[in-house]
Design a protein around this ligand. Sequence first.
Ligand SMILES: C[S@@+](CC[C@H](N)C(=O)[O-])C[C@H]1O[C@@H](n2cnc3c(N)ncnc32)[C@H](O)[C@@H]1O
Length: 198
Amino acid sequence: MTRLCDAELRAVNGPLRRFFQRRIEFPVFCWLGLKGQGLDILEVGCGSGYGAFLLSRLKPKSYVGIDLMPEMIDLARKRNDVPHAEFRLMDAADMDQIPDASKDVVVIFDILHHIPRWREVLSECGRVLRPCGTIFLEEPNGSAIRLWDLFFHWGHPNDAAFTWRDLEARLNDVGFTVKHRCRLWPLRIYCAAKTPRP
Ligand SMILES: C[S@@+](CC[C@H](N)C(=O)[O-])C[C@H]1O[C@@H](n2cnc3c(N)ncnc32)[C@H](O)[C@@H]1O
């Protein structure tokens, strides 16, 4: 992925996207088990920082948001409603600046379908989580994205057009157990726990 097209950039930073994140995705994450104060949270693909604002309600011990687009990180750093958040420019498929087993929770709002190396992103998420850490992720699948692109031409990469089966198989392969899934066509929202290695 290089950058979102201008139309998607406007939509992602617009009020409708905020509404869905605030009223549907974040509440479903909480319903599926995202709770507890004092957590070390990593948000992968934090965009302009609205997720950081929502996650600040959990009063985390630390919050780091990473994104590959410099303009997103600039916007996120300008927010004044998430004072202790840290935003870093980083490729989610290669998060080597984040130490192994240093996070309790990883959150993904809607990014894997942009990233041809989405499999590596999930394995990086597994690496940075502590044993028994949890990932919460929300994504559309490949057929929904193809249908969308047919009309709107946002140009999502074909290599990231995964099926639900692909996504769940990769979660298992990198050491997660899916605990809960919520189907909200064309999205799914997952809670998956890192399976402790013997
Ligand atoms: C659809 S936007 C979602 C942004 C935000 N999470 C939200 O829900 O509004 C996808 C985000 O993923 C970021 N992104 C795409 N590829 C990435 C990568 N390889 N590493 C980190 N972030 C990436 C984009 O820059 C963009 O901010």
